[in-house]
Design a protein around this ligand. Structure first.
Ligand code: AMP
Length: 391
């Protein structure tokens, strides 16, 4: 068991908290502050327990000086201060005199956020010196960035070697509780739903889930690689030719656990502007591509899901961003919303779909980590959590 912030004697201690403030922006404004809100329980607890709080996070991908201009955490500090109803001191550097001075003059209960960790080239390759420097700024380190917990970076991994003590925050604790329990100790039947575009990215998740779940339901673009592996033509639908052999292997070892869609909403182009037609997946014409699960598949999946007690879902059932191909994903959202079950969405596109389609409150848990939740479901250890001290 990893230490949590409840295990630390926090009063007057400097605590560096790695948050996941990687929020989306639209015209310079934060368009969804969910990730900031999810960090509040940990930050409020540290304030109440009179710690000196130093927050850090990455934001976006930084490849050039131009990227730095568009990815400052300054707007996050402003939003966070509104949500906390307290000043958040923003320091526009990732190391240096100003940062050190501000930290040294911090009073208990005060909060600093320093600039985007990825402004440092050493962040993503876990540079030892950088990790050591960030460690030198603090007494304790708390990781609460579930969305980055699958990355061994300086601020998510290396830094924990250079502090007096370390712990996970409440957000990571909540994510581990929900996803960890669903995998280790699920109420059954446990049904996993996997969709989205890339089979390659999800094949090892399928492998692990076939061992744990009672059924693994497939949808979205990745299903056509399996349908082709069964020997059917799939027209212009998405396919990963180099995964067909692997798909065949999974189909044979799955012993009926793996459920594939039986029909598709098809179109001649990847567009919301062309006519759609429904075909059985055994009969998709060469001129058409499958862009959503069809009505027979929806009925089959609703039936399979009605008795589920635990559901893990990752990846949309179709191109939900286009209204003509959103019905399958909406139907799954509705089927899950009405269940008396633990329902968990594993971040990424399916979380975005559920939220944008208006189902955010209907799930037991929407993970804040796309990649992290997938790696967790694969059965992998997450470095950002492994690095934390044990109880
Ligand atoms: P992933 O990142 O693998 O979870 O894939 C998510 C993306 O898959 C979304 O942007 C969907 O639009 C896309 N997608 C879902 N179904 C299909 C499909 N049948 N054909 C092409 N793309 C799809």
């Amino acid at each position: 068991m990893k230490k949590t912030i409840r295990d630390l004697a926090l009063t007057n201690k400097k605590v560096l908290v790695r948050c996941d403030f990687n929020v989306p922006f639209n015209n310079g404004e934060i368009s969804d502050d969910n990730r900031i809100r999810q960090a509040l329980p940990t930050i409020k607890y540290l304030i109440e327990h009179k710690a000196k709080i130093i927050l850090c996070s990455h934001l976006g991908k930084i490849k050039s000086e131009e990227d730095k201009k568009n990815n400052s955490l300054a707007p996050v500090a402003k939003r966070l201060s509104e949500l906390l109803n307290q000043d958040v001191i923003f320091v526009a550097q990732t190391r240096g005199q100003e940062l050190e001075d501000k930290i040294n003059s911090l009073q208990s209960g005060e909060v600093i956020l320093f600039e985007n960790t990825r402004f440092e080239p050493g962040e993503t390759n876990n540079d030892e010196k950088l990790a050591q420097y960030w460690g030198s700024l603090t007494d304790f380190y708390v990781n609460d960035a579930f969305g980055s917990a699958h990355r061994a970076h300086a601020s998510t991994f290396g830094v924990s070697n250079y502090v007096e003590d370390s712990a996970i925050g409440f957000l990571i604790e909540k994510e581990l509780d929900f996803i960890g329990n669903a995998l280790a100790n699920p109420k059954r039947p446990l049904i996993a739903i996997l969709g989205g575009a890339k089979v390659g990215d999800k094949i090892s998740v399928i492998d692990n889930l076939l061992k744990i779940a009672d059924k693994v339901i497939i949808g979205g673009g990745m299903s056509y690689t399996f349908i082709k592996a069964q020997g059917y033509e799939i027209g212009k639908s998405l396919v990963e030719e180099d995964k067909i052999e692997l798909a065949k292997e999974y189909l044979s070892k799955a012993e009926g656990k793996l459920v594939l869609p039986i029909d598709s909403v098809c179109a001649s182009e990847f567009s919301n502007e062309v006519a759609t037609k429904i075909y059985d997946n055994k009969e998709i014409p060469s001129t058409m591509m499958g862009l959503d699960i069809g009505p027979k598949t929806i009925a089959l999946y609703q039936d399979l899901l009605k008795d589920a007690k635990t559901v893990l879902w990752n990846g949309p059932m179709g191109v939900f961003e286009m209204s003509n191909f959103a019905k399958g994903t909406i139907a799954i959202c509705k089927a899950l919303a009405n269940l008396d079950a633990t329902t968990i969405i594993g971040g990424g596109d399916s979380a975005a779909a559920a939220i944008s389609l208006g189902f955010a409150d209907d799930f037991s848990h929407i993970s804040t980590g796309g990649g992290a939740s997938l790696e967790f479901m694969e059965g992998k250890k997450l470095p950002g959590i492994e690095a934390i001290a044990d109880k």
